[in-house]
Design a protein around this ligand. Structure first.
Ligand SMILES: NC(=O)c1ccc[n+]([C@@H]2O[C@H](COP(=O)([O-])OP(=O)(O)OC[C@H]3O[C@@H](n4cnc5c(N)ncnc54)[C@H](O)[C@@H]3O)[C@@H](O)[C@H]2O)c1
Ligand SMILES: O=P(O)(O)OC[C@H](O)CO
Length: 309
């Protein structure tokens, strides 16, 4: 929507030919963005080979990105990725998966505070675009940005990938606190200490602090962890209220990335010797059968420490 509004011809690819035909016919993506008319500059296809143009953008969930990249016809040029996650099976970040599967192309991450419905409705949004080649990143930011989409660029792919992935895990934690009725003080404390974990992981794994304090880190953490519109936060709220993970996921069509990223993030932190108790607690609740009250007590009962650490 946004790129079409910026004047670019856009082709939208959908896997399912019936869905592609329905979106083209009704000019609406009724399943995912009901009530929002498709921009007239967007064509729809189910044929991946028919996608031309200079720029390809992939909006598949993190755990499916590798399979989609493997299906893409090889072509040099930028490959924009919006997925915010870490591949559970390998611990790889999205740009690493792109570099492995499509070495002929240049991975670019587009990330930051952006509920899709607001972007699609043309409400003002600012994002970070990460590209290893600063000049190419700057050119993309200038070309894709417009009146309601402001893009900042950086070369820090790792920082952007980390911020986008971790904010989803931390939002689940924030939701649990809300759902459990532990109060807004506790939520603010948890989000702040979660940001400290994000910064430590950045320092250990190569993300820049200014990136993590920017739109794709703190910015997206603020949006996601403080809004029940977020799928990650709302899943946390439901868990905190006592519903089971299977029940919550069973009722959802849309992906909740933090569920699939939590284990990989906890493993990456442990392997690098980085203290990440909030991320670890989310992983324990989601994947290791920990009771929420035990996990919360474990966080609160940690020994006192200097705040800067
Ligand atoms: N929705 C948002 O507000 C938003 C904003 C910014 C970034 N993101 C990120 O973008 C990614 C996708 O999010 P979403 O909200 O579009 O998720 P979604 O679950 O709502 O939609 C995912 C889309 O991918 C398709 N899909 C699912 N499995 C697939 C597969 N195996 N192969 C190809 N396509 C598949 C689905 O049919 C659907 O069209 C996530 O990583 C998310 O964190 C989402
Ligand atoms: O609904 P969520 O939690 O997947 O968040 C969507 C976007 O990532 C917000 O920037």
């Amino acid at each position: 929507q946004s790129f079409a509004a910026a004047g670019h011809p856009v082709t939208l690819w959908a896997r399912d030919p019936d869905r592609a035909a329905a979106i083209q016919g009704t000019r609406e993506n009724a399943a995912y963005l009901p009530g929002i008319g498709l921009h007239p500059g967007i064509a729809v296809t189910a044929d991946l080979a028919a996608i031309g143009g200079d720029l390809r953008l992939l909006a598949a969930p993190a755990q499916h990105l590798r399979a989609i990249l493997q299906r893409l016809p090889p072509r040099p040029g930028p490959l924009l990725i919006t997925a915010k996650g870490i591949e559970t099976a390998t611990g790889r970040f999205m740009d690493e998966i792109a570099a492995e599967t499509r070495p002929e192309a240049a991975p670019v991450l587009l990330s930051g505070p952006s509920f899709a419905e607001e972007v699609a409705r043309g409400l003002p949004t600012a994002l970070t675009l990460a590209c290893a080649d600063a000049e190419a990143g700057a050119a993309l930011a200038r070309s894709l940005g417009h009146r309601t989409l402001r893009l900042y660029w950086t070369e820090d792919l790792r920082g952007v990938a980390l911020g986008g992935a971790l904010k989803n895990v931390l939002a689940i934690a924030a939701g649990i606190v809300t759902g459990r009725g532990l109060g807004e003080n506790a939520r603010a404390a948890l989000v702040t200490r979660g940001l400290a974990e994000m910064m430590r992981l950045g320092a250990g794994l190569g993300g820049r602090p200014e990136t993590l304090m920017g739109l794709s880190g703190l910015g997206d953490l603020l949006l996601t962890a403080c809004s029940a519109t977020s799928r990650n936060t709302s899943l946390g709220i439901a868990l905190g209220q006592g519903r089971s993970l299977a029940e919550i996921l069973g009722a959802r069509r849309s992906v909740t990335e933090g569920v699939w990223t939590a284990a990989a993030a906890a493993r990456l932190a442990a392997k690098a010797g980085i203290d990440a108790p909030v991320i670890d607690a989310v992983d324990a609740v989601l994947n290791r059968g920990a009771a929420i009250d035990t996990a919360v007590a474990g966080l609160l009962l940690r020994p006192a420490k200097r705040e800067a650490q």
